[in-house]
Design a protein around this ligand. Structure first.
Ligand SMILES: [Zn+2]
Length: 142
């Protein structure tokens, strides 16, 4: 299901989870997309679509890789979200699909959720943002 035309390959969360020895459990949550329980188990909400599962699993994989156990403070959580966004959306990939139009469609092209795309833009460096503004101007001029 990964988009083949993107310039740079991105991590495969299922492969990393397997390498870390994680067991993925499907459950229904009313209040969460997923969570990691200890170093061996990740729980994902059954209602997530493929993009939601991919991003949520990678988020939990990063928690496990960082050695996080239990609830994290908001700063740590933001750090994990930005790590996920940067790893799943290398800037050249975003520049490859950047165009005017709904963010949801651009997120799909990048195999991520709109929330992860938003995090990637929030986590962009000033140089990346300048590049994005230039690309938008090019689209407007075309
Ligand atoms: Zn988290």
């Amino acid at each position: 299901m990964q988009t083949p035309h993107l310039p740079l390959a991105t991590p495969d969360p299922w492969y990393i989870a397997e390498r870390l020895g994680l067991t993925i459990h499907d459950q229904h949550f009313n209040d969460a997309r997923g969570y990691a329980y200890g170093p061996h188990d990740v729980f994902l909400c059954k209602t997530l679509d493929w993009y939601g599962r991919r991003c949520t699993l990678f988020h939990e994989v990063v928690h496990v890789a960082f050695g996080h156990v239990g609830h994290q403070d908001p700063i740590t959580e933001l750090h994990v979200r930005y790590t996920v966004a940067r790893d799943l959306i290398p800037w050249p990939n975003l520049m490859h699909v950047a165009r005017p139009g709904p963010a949801a469609a651009i997120a799909r092209d990048l195999d991520v959720t709109p929330a992860v795309l938003r995090d990637r833009i929030d986590a962009a460096t000033p140089t990346e943002l300048r590049e994005l503004r230039k690309a938008r101007r090019r689209h407007k001029a075309a």
